[in-house]
Every structure is written in C-alpha cells, then in structure tokens.
Design a protein around this ligand. Structure first.
Ligand SMILES: Nc1nc2c(ncn2[C@@H]2O[C@H](COP(=O)(O)OP(=O)(O)OP(=O)(O)O)[C@@H](O)[C@H]2O)c(=O)[nH]1
Ligand SMILES: [Mg+2]
Length: 223
C-alpha cells in the first residue's frame, strides 16, 4: 500500500484496470497530520507516534465515483521547513490538492498562503480544499471562522485524523472533484494531456479489435 522513493518506478508500470486514474497531492507544514489523515482514510487506523515522513510516500487506493472505478494515487511528502518548497514533479499532473493545517499551531494556518501560492504556480486550476486538522484536541475551534480560501471558494473541512471526524467525507469529495477536473480540465495543458490520453485509449482499442480479428500490426492486411 505505502511506498517510498525507492518504489517510484512502480509509477511507470501498467496502471490499474480502472476507468479513470487521478493523482491527488497533500500540502502543509510538517506535523500538521498529512500522513495521519491518509492513514486514517486508507487503513482506517491511527497510530499515535510516527517519525516525520522522510521523502515521498505514495498511497494507492481504488474508489468508486458514480459507476466508475477510479484508481487514486495519493502523494504524501514531508512539508518540513528544511525543504522550503516542493519539487516541481510533486505537482506535475496532479488533479486535486488537499491543504492541511493544525488548529493548534497558528503558524501552520498562516503558511497556507505560501503553500497555496506555490500550488497555483504549477497547477493554476486544479480543485483544492483547506483542511483544519486535530479538532479533537480542542473542539471549540470549530466555532471559529477561518477565512483562508473563502475568497477563492475553496471547500473547508474541520477534521480529526485521531478520531476520524469528517475524514472520509473530505477524501471522497476531493476524489470526486479530481475526477471531474480530469474529465473537464480548465487548464490548457491538461486539455492537451487528456486529448492525448483519449487518443492512446482509442488506439489501444483499435489494436485489440484488430487482434480479435486475428490481425496484428505486422499483418499484411494492415500494411
Ligand atoms: N491530537 C491529534 N494529533 C494528531 C492528529 N493528526 C496527527 N496528529 C499528530 O501530529 C503528529 C504529526 O502527524 P503526521 O501525520 O506525521 O504529520 P505530517 O503532516 O505528515 O508531518 P510531515 O511528514 O513531517 O510533513 C503526530 O504525532 C500525530 O500523532 C489529530 O487529528 N489529532
Ligand atoms: Mg508525513
């Protein structure tokens, strides 16, 4: 389920037999609970102690959206200050973003501005949401209003990776928005990518139809 930088070649292998495939990234300062949220959603369990995420963890998940099977790649990385910003490949081809802060540390909320700015440099249009984590530690915070993202119309969730509040809802809605975005990209480059992907699929289908007819690319009939 979880991998690390060493298992990255896996990305190049044949993808799942899914109708759709999306990549969702997670941003936020160190220790806001990004990894715990993913663990909670994917494994539905929570281990209180963990070392900081070292480099990159890739979680693979299969979801159902409507009548479609969707293969989801969740990318999780350490948001440590020591990295300052993410490598561009982290953003590359992402279809949605989850931005997390810790309700107990104001600075992590302030830093959302920087994360958001960087996200928009690479991915100007992808759906994004703002997640206030660790509400189990102080339920009163849910009465406060956090205006970051309101102007941009970003969905906002109060969640807790520790007790699971709103975690499934937040992930499910994000997956749905990622799929919608992939199908109707508003970014020019993404439109091109989607066209190419459709073209590839059509080609594959044509080839497999030809195979069924006993024809292969080498067949003289196709020459
Ligand atoms: N009380 C409480 N603690 C939490 C919650 N989520 C995470 N934590 C704790 O916060 C710490 C950091 O969680 P991680 O998931 O490792 O944070 P991260 O954002 O992945 O951190 P990096 O990998 O360093 O970027 C851990 O000690 C968790 O146990 C939560 O919902 N409530
Ligand atoms: Mg982590």
């Amino acid at each position: 389920m979880a991998g690390d930088a060493d298992s990255l070649p896996e990305l190049d292998q044949e993808k799942y037999d899914a109708d759709e495939q999306v990549k969702i990234i997670c941003l936020g300062d160190s220790a806001v609970g990004k990894s715990k949220l993913m663990e909670r959603f994917l494994l539905d369990e929570y281990r209180p102690q963990q070392l900081s995420t070292y480099a990159l963890t890739l979680y693979k998940h299969t979801a159902s959206v409507g009548n479609k099977t969707v293969a989801v790649d969740f990318w999780d990385t350490a948001g440590q200050e020591r990295f300052q910003s993410m490598h561009p490949s982290y953003y590359h081809k992402a279809h949605a973003c989850i931005m997390v802060f810790d309700v107990q540390r104001k600075i992590t909320y302030k830093n959302l501005t920087n994360w958001y700015k960087e996200l928009r440099e690479y991915r100007p249009e992808i759906p994004c949401c703002v997640v206030a984590n660790k509400i189990d530690a102080d339920l009163k915070v849910t009465q406060r209003s956090f205006s970051f993202g309101k102007k941009q119309g970003l969905p906002f969730y109060f969640v807790s990776a520790a007790d699971g509040t709103n975690v499934v809802k937040m992930f499910r809605e994000t997956i749905k928005r990622a799929v919608e975005y992939k199908q109707n990209p508003s970014d020019f480059m993404d439109e091109v990518m989607q066209e190419l992907e459709n073209f590839d699929l059509e080609k594959k289908e044509e080839n497999s139809e030809a195979d069924e007819d006993g024809l292969t690319a080498e067949s003289p009939e196709l020459a």
